[in-house]
Write a protein that binds this ligand. Structure first.
Ligand SMILES: [Zn+2]
Ligand SMILES: [Zn+2]
Ligand SMILES: [Zn+2]
Length: 932
């Protein structure tokens, strides 16, 4: 509908484009940020202020970035951008985890195992380093594109000389306290990768295993069964038949009752509570029980049977022993647990208590040793553990000792790299003791007393992991990592490791990096320390094990936070996915507590995983992977950033194309609001025209009070790292604005006198709202707010060119005024919703015919208090976008809508009493002023 008065109106104009075209525009803006060193400017701006150190957890330098990386890095960027606006200096040094098995595995796969095994360690390490460097570049470009501000040119990489030296410095600190030892203990072992694995390198998945019930013949006669003349056995249960050659004992529950079932004339001991279950599996019918001489059913507790011996199931000349353990449950099996201390942690601990030997007949390849007698595989020697299981079952059957066999499906540990099932195997490894120096206790105290956890329940999760974890196995039998700095005397076999050798190794690594370990002779760098304390030989050889890669990333508190002058230890914050409770959070905590008796972080934010829209893991085979690079190239990084803020990342979060498209809709709402506000401000207003808050129209004051409330909520949400609270609050707010205040003040803006008080008052309010939105959204919509700022009135820019450099928004009203005005604003909102309902009814019933609220008159009946607060004080008609409002006192709030009197003004389309020239009085005056 053309309006002949268009030229006389202040219609919106802004060059801020409606179409975002983020995919095209963002890269240009990013280039500008880089060329003008926005990160460095940011550091400069807050120089000398308090620092906020968010220490970056290093992603593994392997492959392009995925959506989980995006969630991680954007969350960190939001936090840094927020604290920076609050005046903190926020140095952010990104890092990469560059050592370790995933890279070495990749190189082995590329070269082929044969070639790989023929190369010297130094060459393998060079190829691994090249691979890591390439991948760091790929990931760095991806992270930059997401709009993350960081010291990208000076990241930390875990293979640099300083870093290698820090690995050994921390080793020395913990070694000196007495917590590092070498021992033979069962650890997760991958026979394909030929290495020990830490709990953090294990993935659990379902596996089918044979569960077998086997009878072991007793050598002793249990008390009470002396009169029984037949054979007595114990029935054990195991799901790893290949560990039977390593059997050393049978564990019983000390408290539970055991009985002896009479089967084929033999007395078979098992837990009373499990008889029925075992009977149904083994096909026993009408089970009878062995009796004492007195004719009573024979029973004994596990404790009663402690120490009794039996004949080894495979090596008949070897005797095993009954022990007791609380973990023996009555849920499965027979209550009599096959115990092989060389192949299980529980078995090892229980075996230790009762002096069972650690029998370990399996080699690095997972093959049973050839030979005769205990400690070898016997007739199963040379077989792989997987091959051995069926053969052993077959053999037991032939011997007549197999009671039952069925396959079960259960959760089983797998290698994180090659995905094969792992085995437990006792080998000589280096460990950090959790208890010798009180590491476990001190770590738990730090978790509970010194660290703030977001969400709060994350502290329980890591506490229970630290409480229950075994000693930390820190040695790996690979090449790509930092060596365990120990030597062996070539003459007497003594392990040589002391402060002097450690200091020499630290100096060596600082100078030449850990590569020198593999090329230089110990005598060349150990100097006087090159001496065996046992036999005084000078012939020392460098050992071959390397440190667990989690040790590498764990010591970043020293290698990075201590060593970089702009950072400090402890850091203010670590933020990672919840899997890091057993990974980086824990290895950082343990190395820091171990070396310094304190946590490396003051606060930890833990986030969930990104799943698809149906809560499934993302995987190539399901075709549900969201690639952040691709989203940047089509929808823009700000869409991913807005998505990050829209989800509750304290638990797992969903993402798919449909979700991103909804985020795109929300984005447009934010963008349109900014554009709408700019339309009456860009080139039409600046801060010297701003009215003081006291001079504003009452409606504008009330709306500002509401804006202050929203800003306070947003601030609180940022401070508690609840980005979803920021998103929700701002999204609801812009919705509220466009349906309410911005729509209602259009008339004043477009049709009011260009510099009339009413219009300046509205412009002042719009300017505050625009400014507040730009500030509050900057940490999230980094690109868009920066773009919008170009079009903002100069005076609002704080002399800055980039939105990241703005200081945090300050409310234009004091809190007392806000709390005084808010209730009145809420009353207006209440009246408005009553009006809206009444208007719809009036339309339906044909009471009003014009399809515009401007053609209505509203009669507001309300309690006296409300009437006295609104009547004659606020322009209620403006808020309702109707012609006029009258108030009546009554008990309850109700609104009646009737047709407005007067006619429609052809300029502003409000229904008003007609003035001269057919216009309303206001428009008449505005035009008359313009002609002056
Ligand atoms: Zn493996
Ligand atoms: Zn020696
Ligand atoms: Zn008019």
């Amino acid at each position: 509908m053309a309006n002949e008065f268009k030229k006389t109106m202040n219609l919106p104009k802004t060059a801020f484009p409606m179409r975002a075209s983020l995919a095209q525009r963002e890269p240009e803006r990013l280039r500008k940020w880089n060329e003008n060193h926005v990160y460095e400017q940011l550091m400069k701006k807050n120089e000398g202020h308090d620092t906020f150190v968010l220490h970056d957890g290093p992603p593994y330098a392997n492959g392009p970035i995925h959506i989980g990386h995006a969630l991680n890095k954007i969350s960190k960027d939001i936090i840094n951008r927020y604290w920076s606006m609050r005046g903190f200096q926020t140095p952010y040094v990104p890092g990469w985890d560059c050592h370790g098995q995933p890279i070495e595995h990749k190189v082995e796969t590329t070269l082929g195992s044969e070639k790989f095994n023929s190369l010297p360690a130094a060459t393998i390490r060079r190829i691994c380093r090249e691979y890591a460097v390439e991948n760091v570049d790929v990931q760095r470009n991806g992270f930059k594109r997401l709009g993350v501000l960081a010291d990208w040119d000076n990241p930390y990489l875990t293979f640099t000389n300083d870093y290698d030296a820090a690995d050994v410095q921390i080793f020395k600190a913990i070694f000196d306290k007495g917590a590092i030892y070498r021992g033979s203990k069962p650890v997760h072992w991958c026979k394909h990768c030929h290495t020990a694995l830490a709990e953090a390198e294990i993935e659990y998945g379902n596996e089918k295993s044979p569960a077998i019930f086997v009878r072991f013949a007793l050598r002793d006669v249990p008390a009470g069964l002396e009169a029984f003349e037949g054979k007595t056995d114990v029935i054990i249960w195991t799901t790893t038949p290949w560990t039977l050659p390593a059997n050393a004992g049978v564990a019983l529950n000390p408290e539970e009752t055991y009985v002896a079932a009479m089967i084929d004339g033999r007395a078979e001991i098992l837990a009373e509570a499990l008889v029925e279950r075992v009977a149904s599996i083994a096909g026993w019918e009408d089970v009878e029980f062995a009796q004492t001489a007195e004719g009573e059913k024979w029973t004994a507790t596990g404790s009663d049977l402690l120490g009794m011996t039996y004949t080894h199931p495979i090596f008949a000349d070897y005797a095993g022993k009954f022990i007791v353990a609380d973990y023996v449950s009555m849920e499965d099996g027979t209550g009599c647990v096959h115990t092989a201390p060389g192949h299980g942690v529980d078995d090892y601990n229980a075996g230790n208590k009762f002096d069972l030997p650690i029998i370990m007949p399996v080699d690095d390849d997972g093959k049973l040793y050839k030979g005769e007698g205990i400690g070898t595989g016997g007739i199963f020697g040379g077989l792989d553990t997987d091959e051995a299981s069926p053969k052993i079952i077959e053999w037991l059957k032939e011997q007549g000792t197999l009671v039952a066999h069925r396959d079960i499906e259960h959760s089983y540990p797998h290698c994180w790299r090659c995905k094969s099932p792992v085995i437990f195997r006792a080998t000589s490894q280096w460990f950090v003791s959790m208890d010798k120096t009180g590491l476990r206790q001190t770590a738990l105290e730090a978790i509970n007393n010194d660290v703030t956890w977001y969400p709060a329940h994350a502290s329980k999760r890591i506490s229970s992991m630290v409480e229950g974890r075994p000693d930390w196995c820190i040695s790996r039998q690979r090449s790509w990592g930092v060596p365990i700095p120990s030597f062996t005397c070539a003459d007497c076999g003594e392990t040589v490791l002391n402060d002097e050798t450690l200091d020499a190794v630290i100096a060596l690594f600082k100078e030449k990096g850990s590569d020198a370990w593999f090329t230089d002779e110990p005598a060349s760098y150990l100097g006087d320390a090159c001496e065996c304390p046992a036999c005084h030989s000078h012939n020392l050889k460098a050992d071959k094990d390397i440190l667990d890669v989690w040790w590498d990333s764990g010591v970043s508190h020293t290698a990075v936070c201590d060593n970089r002058p702009e950072l400090r230890r402890p850091a203010d914050m670590y933020l990672e996915g919840s899997d890091q409770h057993r990974g980086w959070f824990q290895s950082s905590l343990l190395t820091s507590v171990g070396a310094y008796d304190e946590a490396p972080f003051k606060a930890v934010v833990s986030q969930g995983f990104v799943l698809d829209g149906n809560n499934r893991k993302m995987s190539k085979s399901l075709g549900n992977v969201i690639d952040p690079n691709q989203v940047c190239d089509t929808q823009g990084a700000d869409i991913i950033r807005l998505w990050v803020s829209s989800v509750d990342s304290s638990s797992d979060v969903p993402c798919d194309m449909e979700i991103l498209s909804r985020v795109g809709d929300a984005y447009r709402r934010f963008r349109n609001t900014l554009r709408f506000l700019l339309g009456e401000l860009e080139g039409q207003f600046d801060v010297d025209q701003m009215l003081s808050v006291d001079d504003l129209e009452m409606y504008d004051k009330l709306v500002l009070a509401r804006m202050c409330q929203v800003h306070n909520e947003v601030t609180a949400a940022y401070e508690s790292y609840k980005f979803t609270g920021v998103y929700r609050t701002l999204y609801d707010y812009v919705t509220e604005l466009s349906n309410g205040y911005l729509n209602a003040t259009k008339d004043r803006m477009y049709c009011g006198g260009v510099d009339s008080h009413e219009r300046r008052s509205a412009q002042t309010t719009w300017a505050y709202i625009l400014n507040m939105l730009i500030h509050d959204m900057q940490p999230i919509l980094a690109y868009t707010t920066d773009e919008a700022m170009e079009f903002m009135p100069e005076g609002l820019k704080e002399g800055q060119e980039y939105a990241a450099l703005l200081d945090w928004f300050e409310n234009p009203m004091d809190e007392a005024m806000v709390s005084e005005l808010l209730p009145v604003y809420e009353e207006m909102v209440e009246v408005r919703s009553a009006y809206t309902k009444a208007y719809e009814t009036a339309l339906e019933e044909g009471v009003v015919e014009e399809k515009t609220t401007q053609a209505t008159h509203a009669v507001v009946s309300a309690p006296e208090k409300l009437v006295s607060e609104l009547q004659d004080k606020v322009d209620m008609a403006e808020m309702l976008v109707c012609s006029s409002v009258e108030f009546e006192v009554s008990d309850e709030l109700s609104v009646k809508v009737v047709p407005a009197e007067g006619v429609r003004c052809p300029r502003c389309w409000n229904w008003r009493p007609e003035a001269e020239d057919g216009l309303c009085e206001r428009c008449h005056e505005v035009l008359a002023d313009m002609e002056k």
